[in-house]
Design a protein around this ligand. Structure first.
Ligand SMILES: *Cc1c(COP(=O)(O)O)cnc(C)c1O
Length: 396
């Protein structure tokens, strides 16, 4: 996160010179990898002013208003706002009273797995689809045992999961299906907004996502009993009679976060549109390069492109992912490796994927080659072009 705040630099104009390591870099100064566009402060304060004046900085009306607006927008019956996606996921498994094993992808952020470990649940990693990079339903089904209690799928970078087969598997085996929708506020699957699939979906509103509330999360569900237990769960488990229904947390959302979120809803469509334009621009410029693959978005689906990632095949591309990242950094282009290493290779999770488990070849290949490029709505087209040019120039 180095570089001045004004770092939405115009890239150097003479695009013809692109030797790495000498001359000036393609992008003259380092810009931040992510820079959330926030709604106008005046709009946020207009919403917040009343709550503040009334002294209701938490448990007031804005959170409820935010929840109602989200439920309506996503076409789902219930929305429960929480303090983060991580807490929301943990509370969903607690509120559903799930025990045993839960199948999840390994190609995800570790908070997905943490929600299970906090509930004493055993994570069972399944592989992802080689084209869409989301959970592969066939591999999920092959890992179901008598102990399997739920599936936790992830709309990776906002790309909607293959929800129908997953819902079919959950129904046939009588298990729950939950989505980590941290990346996917604004995504659509077969014309329907993400938010209404499975038993519950959980969004994140932290600043690296498209809808930002400072910190925050949203659980959406059509299950009234679950919604009620979640309302208890975020409030120490208490629904008001001072005799907790379940072992809850304090995971309430503050009124200020709700004001930010409400104002953020007003600019969300525009943002999703812009992320999609920038993603398409990257793909257009990189598609002809040998050794790069891109995440497939199914016809009829909309991804938020919370992240835009490519997978580098070192043999075909000429250099590996890490070398490419190093060369881009020389050009002042910061990248990330979302998500490398995959969960099953991290300290906290290794012991859950021991011998006797079928391998995760697609996860391994993707995570070894994955490189996430800068994408956010304030990024100028010329910067996208400069990044693409730097990638094209990296191998010769
Ligand atoms: C960001 C993220 C989370 C955690 O969200 P918080 O709101 O920060 O708790 C969970 N899962 C995935 C896939 C994420 O990217």
């Amino acid at each position: 996160m180095s570089g001045p705040a004004s770092g939405l630099n115009k890239p150097r104009h003479s695009m013809s010179r692109h030797t790495t390591g000498e001359g000036s870099p393609l992008v003259p100064e380092r810009f931040r990898f992510i820079r959330p566009t926030l709604p106008p402060l005046s709009r946020v304060l207009a919403l917040y002013e009343r709550a503040y004046a009334d002294g209701l900085v938490t448990n007031g009306g804005l959170v409820r208003r935010f929840e109602d607006a989200v439920a309506e927008r996503l076409g789902v019956k219930h929305c429960v706002a929480v303090s983060s996606c991580t807490c929301g996921l943990a509370l969903v498994f607690k509120a559903l009273d799930i025990r045993g094993e839960v199948i999840l992808p390994s190609l995800t952020f570790f908070a997905t797995g943490h929600a299970l470990l906090w509930n004493g649940l055993k994570p069972v990693f399944a592989d992802c689809d080689p084209a869409t990079w989301t959970l592969d339903p066939a591999d999920v089904e092959s890992r179901i045992t008598r102990r399997t209690a739920a599936i936790l799928a992830v709309h990776l970078y906002g790309n909607p999961c293959d929800t129908e087969p997953l819902e079919g598997i959950a129904r046939r085996h009588g298990i729950k299906l939950v989505f980590d929708a941290a990346h996917a506020f604004g995504s659509r699957h077969n014309g329907r907004p993400v938010g209404g699939f499975g038993d519950a979906e959980v969004f994140s509103l932290s600043p690296t996502k498209l809808l930002v509330a400072g910190e925050g999360g949203l659980v959406t569900t059509n299950d009234a009993v679950l919604a009620n237990r979640l309302r208890a769960g975020r409030n120490y488990g208490d629904l008001g009679n001072y005799d907790p229904e379940l072992l809850g947390l304090n995971a309430r959302m503050t009124e200020y976060s709700a004001a930010l979120g409400l104002a953020g809803l007003e600019i969300l469509d525009q943002k999703v549109c812009r992320y999609n334009e920038l993603a398409a621009r990257y793909t257009r410029q990189l598609a002809t390069l040998r050794g790069l693959t891109f995440q497939k978005i199914r016809a009829g689906d909309v991804s938020t492109f919370k992240d835009y990632s490519i997978v580098v095949d070192a043999r075909a591309f000429g250099i590996g992912r890490d070398e490419l990242a190093r060369r881009l950094l020389e050009e002042n282009i910061e990248t990330k490796k979302y998500f490398h290493p995959p969960l099953h290779e991290l300290k906290l999770y290794r012991r859950f994927h021991g011998r006797g488990r079928a391998g995760l070849p697609n996860t391994g290949r993707i995570s070894t080659g994955v490189l996430s490029l800068p994408i956010y709505d304030a990024l100028p087209e010329e910067t996208i072009d400069a990044v693409a040019l730097a990638i094209r120039s990296a191998t010769h």
